[in-house]
Design a protein around this ligand. Structure first.
Ligand code: IPE
Ligand code: IPE
Ligand code: MG
Length: 240
């Protein structure tokens, strides 16, 4: 069965999960930690090399300050609680996003988690926090422009592979499988460049309800896809 090398997930629906239970939205975010753990374990168990999770978008900063504050607190707690387990499972943890917007303490905790797990190779786990696909592209453009201005790069030498290697996720294959829970069928400023040829899977299930069986259903769906990358079905070996 064809397995994705890289899975990217928009973990959506926490607020609605809480509202259905007459709970505050933060209860939904808290309940969303378990499926994160489950997906990480599934990737490790099934030898999926990379997992990228969208936890907080550039646009999410505009939510009510209490919700933003509790999400940041939750990231800090979850990091403290899970780091030993991640380390023992051979997970290399990295954060992608505009991290100078995060509190000093969260930035420090992130840096130390990243250096502690840097030597691991079982699973490359990216957590996107304060991340936007447009931000990522703008950062890359700025970096390349600086190199041109400094005379170390010629504009005509900028190509897809150079731009790609300047983005936040540069050392991994593009996601093969994208999963979005919560019923919306949109990208919401996630990995805009990297999702160019990704298979897009949407489910109405709310993120806190997403479990190992749900993850397996998405993997089975992926295995049934016929990826052509612009070729004809015959060229791409359809039906073979
Ligand atoms: C996803 O759940 C988590 C974040 C965006 C931080 P939501 O909080 O967007 O949940 P809904 O979409 O309101 O149900
Ligand atoms: C996308 O969810 C961002 C994350 C899950 C972190 P949103 O709930 O913010 O997306 P929209 O607003 O429905 O597009
Ligand atoms: Mg949402």
């Amino acid at each position: 069965m064809a397995l994705p090398r890289h899975v990217a997930i928009i973990m959506d629906g926490n607020g609605r999960w809480a509202r259905k239970r007459l709970l505050p939205r933060v209860a939904g975010h808290r309940a969303g930690v378990t499926p994160v753990r489950v997906c990480i374990e599934q990737c490790v168990r099934q030898d999926i090399a990379a997992l990228t999770l969208f936890a907080f978008s550039s646009e999410n900063w505009a939510r009510p300050p209490e919700e933003v504050g509790s999400l940041m607190g939750l990231f800090l707690d979850a990091l403290d609680r899970e780091i030993d387990e991640l380390q023992s499972n051979g997970v290399r943890l990295r954060f992608i996003g505009e991290r100078h917007n995060l509190s000093q303490v969260l930035q420090q905790r992130i840096s130390s988690a990243e250096s502690r797990t840097a030597g691991n190779s079982r699973l490359a786990l990216q957590i996107a926090v304060s991340y936007g696909g447009r931000w990522d592209l703008v950062e890359a453009a700025r970096l390349l422009a600086q190199r041109c201005a400094a005379g170390t790069l010629l504009p005509q030498d900028i190509d897809e592979s150079l731009l790609s290697s300047t983005l936040s996720v540069s050392d991994l294959p593009d996601p093969d499988l994208f999963i979005r829970t919560g019923g919306e069928q949109r990208i919401s400023n996630f990995l805009l460049w990297n999702l160019a040829y990704t298979e897009l899977y949407f489910t109405d299930q709310l993120w806190p309800d997403f479990d190992a069986a749900s993850f397996q259903i998405a993997l089975d769906w992926f295995a049934s896809r016929n990826r052509r990358f612009g070729l004809t079905g015959e060229q791409a070996g359809a039906g073979s």
